[in-house]
Design a protein around this ligand. Sequence first.
Ligand SMILES: Nc1ncnc2c1ncn2[C@@H]1O[C@H](COP(=O)(O)OP(=O)(O)OP(=O)(O)O)[C@@H](O)[C@H]1O
Ligand SMILES: [Mg+2]
Length: 462
Amino acid sequence: MARPTTVHVCSECGHSTVRWHGQCPGCDAWNTLVEERGPAAAAGRGRGGGTAAPGKGARAGTPTRLADVSTERVPRLLTGIGELDRVLGGGLVPGSLVLLGGSPGIGKSTLTNMAMGNLAAAGRRTLYVSGEESAAQIRLRAERLIGATTGALDVPVLAETDLDTILATLRAERPEVVVIDSVQTMHAADLTGAPGSVGQVRETAARIMQVAKADGIAVLLVGHVTKEGALAGPRVLEHLVDCVLQFEGERERTYRTLRALKNRFGSTNEAGVFEMRSGGLVEVLDASARFVAEATGKPGSVILAAMEGSRPLLVEVQALVSPSELVPPRRVVNGLDRNRLALVLAVLGRHAGIGAGSADVFVNVVGGVRVEEPGADLAIALAVASATRGVPLAGGPGGAPRPVACFGELGLTGELRTVGHADRRAAEAAKFGLRHVVSPESAPTLREAIRAVLPARAPQAA
Ligand SMILES: Nc1ncnc2c1ncn2[C@@H]1O[C@H](COP(=O)(O)OP(=O)(O)OP(=O)(O)O)[C@@H](O)[C@H]1O
Ligand SMILES: [Mg+2]
């Protein structure tokens, strides 16, 4: 057998070298060389020989008119986790690759274990390949999940990191669904790069995809996410796979959201909310009710009628404004876009006469939920205004403190701009008894929105 050879190809300029360099000898870019299989290793196909005309000797394909393409509908595989199925656009598509990204410990293995357990219980052939944990460790987790997933212990597991062994197992076992946990631990023996390097990760995904497409296996690839929130190393994977799911939330908090960043078989507007419990992940279907019930109604608190994908979700936004000794003062946000806070503070100061000036400003979305949408601007503004004045927002008649819901985008000239799904947001607020909703429909400017719900001065006995 010929010794497999690899080359290192620059992803910027395409220059190829035999050895790895930190800096590309072709274009001087740093860290762009990616290991790939060389011509000898890829031999066997398309060796037309030297200077022959391109394509000569190869068999021509037969294009088909779209109308003649058969579209026998392959039924989707339901994971039995309603929120996951919805984010996937109605279940897993056979032969597709789904990349599930998330930071360490967020619950990726738990989610995939549960999905596999449900599929096994429904009589599907499943396989769980783990390069991170031993079979015994996986069993321990499965035992914890047994209450939520009756098939948890019926899933066959393979603790393996060698890619060839995994591919051979896939061909032999012919599962309908397979989990690869995680793609960063797998190792192709003919590449010298360490597991997790760009070359290894890309090759792992590409070879698994070949087998998956050929045999109609649905593949769930688990991937790690860096601190900055990007899928570690391989952005290339995002183009390769059919669907990219992001599992996020803060590890210390119990709520997690699952979002589709890319989906070839469904909308990317869907999101699911989960709660991590000792018995596994539980779908939170009444998230709005919980957040409204937990809302404090104190100065600095407001309910935001947000959209999580195509679903309305009520969350509490809290702000704290306190004198600072730091220059510049602190601006801390959790669950919101940091740049929007800067914008909102500037508009508040310029157009509503509420300056945070040299105070520290903290803004949180309660429960570890992320709402990065322009509709959150008004909630930030009202929470900060209420915190600055030390007065609770009052939605009741005669200024009685009642929970206030709001949504709307802030324009730079102090106007409120409409955001999508205004009717559904208002309806969600009404459903949970929040009768007072401040929105661009009810107040054209920020100044008017503040006047409507914020008494000018703190009551004496607070
Ligand atoms: N007995 C338990 N009770 C409650 N929560 C638990 C329990 N055991 C583990 N957890 C939760 O499960 C989480 C780990 O889940 P899981 O292993 O699925 O995460 P992961 O995303 O796969 O992590 P990694 O990146 O390490 O693979 C922990 O953060 C912890 O909060
Ligand atoms: Mg894991």
